[in-house]
Write a new protein. Structure first.
Length: 90
């Protein structure tokens, strides 16, 4: 790799504000804010709105769309034009 063209890669704390959860990892992101971690060291902290701890997909609270119900509701509301003897189109 060429020297001087890559961003600094080091330890960073990501803090999920929605779930009050933080985790230490390595990243190229930087921040002016710092936090003291459990090991006694101070690391830059990046606040995020959502993470795997608070995201509905990972927590199991995601809503599943009922596509079959939507099709049936559409057909009830507007009917099937072929069954009613009407022809659609130009």
């Amino acid at each position: 790799m060429r020297k001087g063209i890559h961003p600094a890669y080091g330890p960073v704390v990501f803090r999920d504000r929605a779930a009050n959860h933080a985790f230490l990892t390595r990243s190229t992101m930087t921040s002016e804010k710092t936090v003291e971690w459990a090991d006694g060291n101070t690391y830059p902290v990046v606040d995020v709105e959502i993470s795997d701890v608070s995201h509905p997909f990972y927590t199991g609270t995601a809503r599943v769309l009922d596509t079959a119900g939507r099709v049936e509701r559409f057909e009830r509301r507007y009917g099937d034009r072929r069954r009613n003897g009407k022809r659609g189109g130009a």
